[in-house]
Design a protein around this ligand. Structure first.
Ligand code: ADP
Ligand code: MG
Length: 588
């Protein structure tokens, strides 16, 4: 049995650092939160090398008194709470007293600080938890923290970091959220020597929304307000056409803290449900002020999650407030463009009409599954087709399968030999498009169709980075995109294969898709582009004539693997004749 050791302070700090500091963005988060807690009205953040090499955060806050400076770097050293009771009423962002000690344990840190009461400021250097120097310095009121060489003494942790560009991207995204969460603080964010974001600190959220997202998004937002005894809600809800492919733009700020919350997400999504397709997510920015005794912020080391005590009440409030916002008159999308009859049709569709299609499909599907389950155990479940089922693929099969018809505007019933097949038109369409498009990409044979005039779109700085990084690959996959100043881009051509659908929408989907997953290899990126583009293209174009659908089914059946859409959902399910006979008790 090995002896039991009591770990020394520096080891303990390194372990704690593992929880608090996962990557450069976590350091920025902690340092900026400290600056905000110090009452700063101006905060400047500078990074180099994705924050791995260099981070500087300067504020004009209250500063740290001389005798408190070394203390601030001790574990569990905080000026924000004194005892456990204080945990029930936290109004500061920090309170665990772990950030500075954690950062100093795994990096080279320099702190310069001055309070307005003291004549001198001080410069304090600490590396790997060891104090190096502590001197007087002539500096302005406030605090600057510089962090160099993150994880220099924990190489194993450093190995897990991604490229400087990717780490920098995370930081840009955090800065966007910080700007939105603190409209009264003026932020400046400098990346590799270039000022990337600057907010006024005027207190006007709309001007921050403009700084972060640009005018394209700003004009599609509707403001909402809601007051109850314990909750004050303010914010903006995006028109359904602003919908995204992931939850990155469901932004929640509770008592000025940017948090992720399943509860708030599902309340919001519930409100959007009638207006949005499945797997699409709304764009919302919600500020919720709630009595601090009704939440617990001490449930996550990085404090990005919160526990709410009155969950149901909050769910209802958010859902109601968002619904009220969505149903405001001006939000109703312009479904029918008021084009005069004698005007030639526009080559580019810029208005997307949300279709209730996916919803209906889900409902029907759940219903079928439930009914099948209810009908008793001797009823066979529909079988999802797999590659191992033979016969459906051949040219000969194509000749002999019989398309019976369509139900619920969605499913095609096909008879072939001894089975009945049910094909989901939507998934089939997606699959066929994806296969065609992927083949073209693989053989460098993508052709593009010009959009005239080009479609100008505004992205967030983080997304703009992604576009800039992938301009060449986008071009190879048929999207011609040019930088158009600021975070604006002009989309001037799209893959011919997908032309005529909602180009704008699926380009946004493509970029959302690239932001969501960390895809690096060109082939992976191309595949992601193909998947997202086809998914969005199909959603924007649901109607199909019977002849088109039949042609589509025939094409689907000839694919190598017709049975799953690119997302893995089934395209075809089947019932064999004997399964049907069992259901009707013709055989046992
Ligand atoms: P916490 O924020 O949880 O209290 P930290 O380790 O982040 O713990 O900081 C320790 C203490 O150092 C804070 O409680 C605060 O008193 C002081 N401090 C840190 N950063 C600043 C700053 N930028 N301005 C003023 N005081 C600061
Ligand atoms: Mg802190």
């Amino acid at each position: 049995m090995p002896h039991i050791n009591i770990l020394d302070e520096s080891t303990i700090n390194k372990i704690a650092a593992g929880e608090v500091v996962e990557r450069p963005v976590s350091v920025i988060k902690e340092l900026v939160e400290n600056a905000i807690d110090a009452g700063a009205g101006n905060i400047s953040v500078e990074i180099k090398g994705g924050g791995i090499d260099y981070i500087r955060v300067t504020d004009n806050g209250c500063g740290i008194r001389k005798e408190d400076i070394p203390k601030a770097f001790l574990r569990h050293a905080t000026s924000k709470i004194k005892c456990a009771e204080d945990l029930c009423d936290i109004n500061s962002l920090g309170f665990r007293g772990e950030a500075l000690s954690s950062v100093a344990a795994i990096a080279m840190v320099e702190l310069m600080t001055k309070t307005k009461e003291e004549v001198f400021g001080y410069r304090y250097r600490i590396e790997g938890g060891k104090e190096l120097s502590f001197d007087e310095a002539g500096i302005p009121n406030g605090t600057t923290v510089i962090v160099r060489n993150l994880f220099y003494n924990t190489p194993a942790r450093r190995k897990f970091l991604k490229s400087a560009v990717t780490e920098g991207g995370y930081i840009t995204e955090l800065m966007e959220r910080l700007i939105l969460s603190h409209p009264s603080v003026s932020f400046k964010y400098t990346l590799n020597g270039n000022v990337k974001l600057a907010s006024t600190g005027s207190g006007d959220v709309m001007s921050d929304v403009y700084t972060v997202f640009g005018r394209d998004i700003q004009r599609l937002l509707v403001n909402i307000e809601y007051d109850s005894e314990n909750v004050r809600l303010r914010g903006y809800v995006g028109k359904p056409e602003l919908c995204r492919g992931n939850r990155n733009f469901e932004l929640f700020f509770v008592n000025n803290r940017s948090i992720r919350s399943k509860l708030l997400s599902s309340a919001t999504e519930e409100a959007y449900k009638p207006y949005m397709m499945l797997h699409r997510f709304p764009f919302v920015i919600l500020y919720i002020d709630i009595d601090s005794s009704l939440i617990d912020v001490n449930v996550h080391p990085a404090k990005t999650e919160i526990r709410f005590y009155e969950e149901q009440e909050l769910y209802r409030i958010v859902c109601e407030a968002v619904t009220a916002g969505i149903t405001k008159r001006e939000l109703i999308p312009e479904t029918v463009t008021k084009a005069p009859v004698n005007v030639a049709p526009q080559p580019v569709k810029s208005v997307t009409v949300p279709e209730p299609f996916e919803e209906k499909r889900l409902e029907e599907y759940t219903k079928t599954v439930k009914e099948t389950a209810l009908a008793g155990s001797n009823v066979p479940e529909p079988v999802q087709e797999t590659l191992f089922k033979e016969g459906f693929l051949s040219e000969e099969a194509k000749e002999t399968h019989r398309i019976i018809g369509q139900v619920f505007d969605t499913y095609w019933i096909v008879e072939y030999k001894d089975s009945m097949y049910i094909i989901d038109q939507h998934a089939a369409h997606e699959k066929v498009l994806y296969e065609r498009f992927s083949k073209q990409i693989a053989s460098n044979a993508v052709t593009s169709q010009l959009i005239s005039p080009p479609c100008i779109m505004t992205f967030s700085p983080a997304q703009a980075d992604i576009i800039n990084e992938n301009l060449e690959i986008l071009e190879q996959t048929g999207f011609t995109v040019e930088h158009f100043g600021g975070n604006d881009f002009a989309l001037s051509s799209v893959p011919t294969e997908l032309f005529g659908m909602s180009e704008r929408d699926y380009f946004i989907s493509v970029i959302d898709g690239l932001s969501e997953k960390n895809v690096k290899k060109p082939e992976e990126i191309k595949d992601r582009i193909a998947t997202m583009a086809c998914k969005a293209a199909v959603k924007g174009n649901m109607r199909m004539s019977e002849a088109e659908a039949k042609a589509l089914i025939s094409e689907l059946l000839l694919l190598d693997n017709p049975y799953n859409c690119p997302h893995g959902r089934p395209t075809i399910v089947s019932y064999s004749r004997s399964e049907l006979e069992k259901m009707f008790k013709r055989i046992v």
